[in-house]
Write a protein that binds this ligand. Structure first.
Ligand SMILES: [Zn+2]
Length: 105
């Protein structure tokens, strides 16, 4: 995984192999990169990275799709379909908002 923030130019790298992942900039609190198997395989589970640290994932739990993270703590049921990347957009909005809220409190 290699991601660079367009805003602050921070570069994040990790060796962990993941088919699906979204990277957020810990300074800017924005999604800066995502990669998925869309068209080739399932887009879930999807790892969530805060910089080069894996902090959560989008996964199925029970009968629902959820965004689960430990830094900051998030456990939210997602409503967008998992057949396309709208679920990434929904999860990204929620996680980004949570990062901003966390940094202001
Ligand atoms: Zn940044």
């Amino acid at each position: 995984m290699h991601a660079e923030c367009d805003v602050c130019f921070s570069v994040y790298e990790s060796d962990e192999p993941s088919d699906n992942f979204i990277v957020f900039c810990p300074k800017c609190k924005k999604r800066i990169f995502s990669s998925s198997m869309q068209g080739k395989g399932p887009v879930i589970p999807c790892d969530i990275y805060l910089g080069n640290k894996k902090t959560g994932l989008i996964t199925i739990k029970g009968m629902s799709y959820r965004l689960i993270a430990h830094e900051p703590p998030v456990d939210v049921v997602l409503s967008e379909p998992t057949t396309d990347l709208r679920i990434y957009d929904e999860a990204s909005r929620i996680y980004s908002d949570r990062l901003i809220f966390d940094s202001n409190s």
